[in-house]
Design a protein around this ligand. Structure first.
Ligand SMILES: [Fe+2]
Length: 131
């Protein structure tokens, strides 16, 4: 099992640049094996699980995460506020998709959307796909 944990994530939301102090609580990380079998269900987990937890309040929460292979959307999950701890500062986010690998490789990447801080992109994790 491997995970992408870039030292700095990308804040794509408002064009004001990268906010380093918020990276740890917004950046989504992809967790999965680095090899997969073609056309066999392959679990991929997205976590927003940095050392600093993200709020889960009505006016400020992570409302969705999405999984991409390059630019191809593989899955998306939406979260209403209050479903991951509400006011509890330990609220964390984790979701697992099962994808069917095709081709020879995948470049998996996750995105997360915060209702107050916009869109965040994690690093890319390369997966080899074997026949
Ligand atoms: Fe936020």
């Amino acid at each position: 099992m491997s995970a992408n944990r870039p030292s700095v994530g990308n804040h794509l939301g408002d064009g004001s640049g990268i906010h380093h102090d918020h990276d740890d609580r917004h950046c989504p990380h992809v967790h999965c094996h680095t090899t997969a079998r073609r056309d066999a269900p392959f679990p991929v987990t997205i976590c927003v699980d940095g050392a600093c937890s993200h709020p889960d309040k009505k006016e400020h929460h992570i409302s969705s995460v999405a999984l991409y292979d390059g630019t191809r959307l593989l899955g998306e999950a939406n979260f209403p506020s209050g479903t991951r701890g509400g006011e509890d500062p330990k609220a964390q986010l984790e979701v697992t998709f099962k994808v069917l690998p095709t081709g020879r490789s995948m470049q998996l990447k996750a995105m997360a959307y915060c209702t107050q801080h916009g869109l965040w992109e994690g690093g890319t994790l390369d997966v080899s796909v074997e026949a």
